[in-house]
Design a protein around this ligand. Structure first.
Ligand code: PEP
Length: 260
């Protein structure tokens, strides 16, 4: 049997651009209720920016983390429409998703921007949840490993060996996001091992061992076991299924069982 990892499983909900404040607060309260007796799993809820405050209120007094879906790297300035790390901290965020493929695809976010944002998150003590992953055309061209390596290196360049802020990297093959298709557990494990190796070679063995690597892409209650059964996969980044409290709770409970 595979030795169990010492890393605490982490399940992250990405609500994307869904839910105005009332329904967001209701969903957060439903999630809190559904997770009432869950232990030994870290959970983050990342609602849209306008709902951060109400969702933060619903999460108050629970162990669950409030997270944002993106941020600008500067603390303040003339950047119309952007949200800064200090603003996220002010509203109670503890983590932030960075480099999501939808940010890369629709808003032209580059690896260079990712480098700046990850550095900024670390310096503001916000836990970065960095998304990496290949598009279908890149997978078919055999470029998955080169591309993922490049994205992970962009994320961790300049992050020293001594950072006290934990790092999370989500392997999200772009072709699996919101499509109902998933990578196999075996392939998710292989790429997760590659990600860990890149972090270890850039930031030291301890960082490689500590980084939590999540799988993301059409995770549902009925397929989560396949990913959590992999020794290199420490949890999941969940989009669509996180908008349903019962489905999301079932995923978190699977993580609780997998490591108990
Ligand atoms: C995501 O938003 O990162 C994601 C993985 O979405 P979905 O679970 O809907 O594929």
């Amino acid at each position: 049997m595979m030795p169990r990892s010492r890393r605490v499983p982490f399940i992250v909900a990405n609500w994307k651009m869904h839910k105005t404040r009332g329904p967001a607060e209701q969903l957060a309260r439903d999630v809190v209720r559904a997770l009432a007796d869950v232990r030994g799993v870290d959970v983050a809820i990342c609602p849209p920016a306008t709902a951060l405050e109400v969702v933060g209120r619903a999460l108050a007094g629970t162990p669950w983390l409030l997270g944002a879906q993106t941020m600008h790297e500067e603390a303040h300035g003339a950047f119309t429409g952007e949200i800064s790390p200090t603003m996220l901290l002010d509203v109670g965020c503890r983590c932030v998703i960075l480099g999501h493929s939808e940010r890369r695809q629709w808003y032209g976010e580059t690896d260079e921007a990712l480098t700046r944002k990850v550095r900024s998150a670390f310096s503001h003590r916000l836990m970065p949840i960095v998304c990496v992953g290949e598009r279908l055309i890149e997978r078919e061209a055999g470029q998955t490993d080169v591309l993922v390596t490049q994205q992970v290196e962009a994320a961790v360049v300049g992050v020293g060996e001594q950072s006290e802020v934990p790092l999370v990297i989500a392997y999200e093959p772009v072709w699996a996001i919101g499509t109902g298709r998933t990578a196999t557990g075996e392939e998710a494990n292989r790429v997760a091992a590659l990600i860990r190796w890149v972090v270890a070679s850039r930031c030291g063995a301890a960082a490689g061992d500590a980084v939590r690597v999540l799988y993301g892409g059409s995770v549902k209650p009925d397929n989560i076991k396949e990913f959590l059964g992999q020794p290199e996969v420490d949890g999941a980044l969940v989009g669509g299924a996180s908008l349903d409290a019962a489905a999301f709770a079932a995923i978190v409970r699977a993580a609780e069982r997998a490591r108990s």
